[in-house]
Write a protein that binds this ligand. Structure first.
Ligand code: A3P
Length: 295
């Protein structure tokens, strides 16, 4: 997907109506046939919902708060990204196959595209959801700086693109509703970015319990501290600063951008907010999921 002319952004492909990177679609056979294991833990998110944050939290728990062990590799390399493909580098599936169990994997796939074996093995899923408005803003800035994704265009245009689900990994609405609906049928811990922000200690404790681990009070406190936005922004193993500028251009917008709840207020006009809420109500009708958009 990166072999297009210099400076040109490759377009997304589509699978069952869901826009995805072309290389992911090209590699779909391998992804679909992925063999999950019962002791896998799968971190599932819609893009820009706090994936990196929950990855670091999970790793800190697994390493019992040992900061140095968490420095062993960049966050992208600690947990294979299931649908990632950039030949000739090993695909996410290949990286996962190489990883000793118990594995921690991550994916942005919506429920309808998740390889069947995950549902069959009944492994654990950790889903993090973020309110749609902040997610739109975060995704907009990410697409500005990520040279492997389409240029988002002006904000007012991007808002429409996002609402119509014509962004990588498809509609936020379908993604969140899909995972919310199955949360009681499988071993799914469903978390919210806004809760993590409001009370990280409580939410991290939920993760510890879900993973069946125990951590001492001081270790828990260290995990809370080390996974704060400020710490992770300064940490080269989590802030993506080791990714070449030709892929992530952090001079356009940093990967660790703001890390707040309610930044949408600095982007949405009153009219855009009204339109967004109107569409939101329609698309979310009948689901019980409830987001907070400010703290
Ligand atoms: P913003 O663009 O709003 O700043 P993902 O990892 O799924 O791509 O999500 C990235 C978003 O999570 C970015 O949001 C990023 O700043 C935010 N983020 C990453 N680490 C965080 C942390 N420790 N605390 C709060 N937000 C964090």
């Amino acid at each position: 997907a990166l072999t297009t002319e210099v400076g040109r952004r490759p377009p997304l492909s589509e699978l069952e109506g869901v826009p995805l990177p072309a290389a992911t679609v090209d590699n779909w056979g391998q992804i679909q046939g992925f063999e999950a294991k019962p002791d896998d833990l799968v971190i599932c998110t819609y893009p820009k919902s706090g994936t990196t944050w929950i990855q670091e939290i999970v790793d800190m728990i697994e390493q019992n708060g040992d900061v140095e062990k968490c420095q062993r590799a960049t966050i992208q390399h600690r947990h294979p990204f299931l649908e990632w493909a950039r030949p000739p580098q090993p695909s996410g599936v290949e990286q996962a196959r190489e990883m000793p169990s118990p594995r921690v994997l991550r994916t942005h796939l919506p429920t309808q595209l998740l390889p069947r074996s995950f549902w069959e093995t009944r492994c654990k899923f950790l889903y993090v959801a973020r309110n749609a408005k902040d997610c739109t803003v975060s995704y907009y800035h990410f697409q500005r700086m990520n040279q492997t994704l389409p240029d988002p265009g002006p904000w007012e245009e991007y808002l429409e693109t996002f609402l119509s689900g014509k962004v990588g990994w498809g509609s936020w609405f379908e993604h969140v509703k899909g995972w919310w609906e199955v949360r009681h049928r499988y071993q799914i811990l469903f978390l919210f970015y806004e809760d993590l922000k409001r009370d990280p200690k409580r939410e991290i404790q939920k993760v510890v319990q879900f993973l069946g681990k125990r951590v001492d009070g001081p270790v828990l406190d260290r995990i809370v501290q080390e996974t704060s936005f400020e710490k992770m922004k300064a940490n080269p193993m989590t802030n993506r600063s080791l990714v070449p500028k030709s892929i992530l251009d952090q001079s356009i917008s940093p990967f660790m951008r703001k890390g707040t709840v309610g930044d949408w207020k600095n982007h949405f006009t009153v009219a855009q907010n009204e339109r967004f809420e109107e569409i939101y109500r329609r698309k979310m009708e009948g689901t019980s999921i409830c987001f907070c958009t400010e703290l």
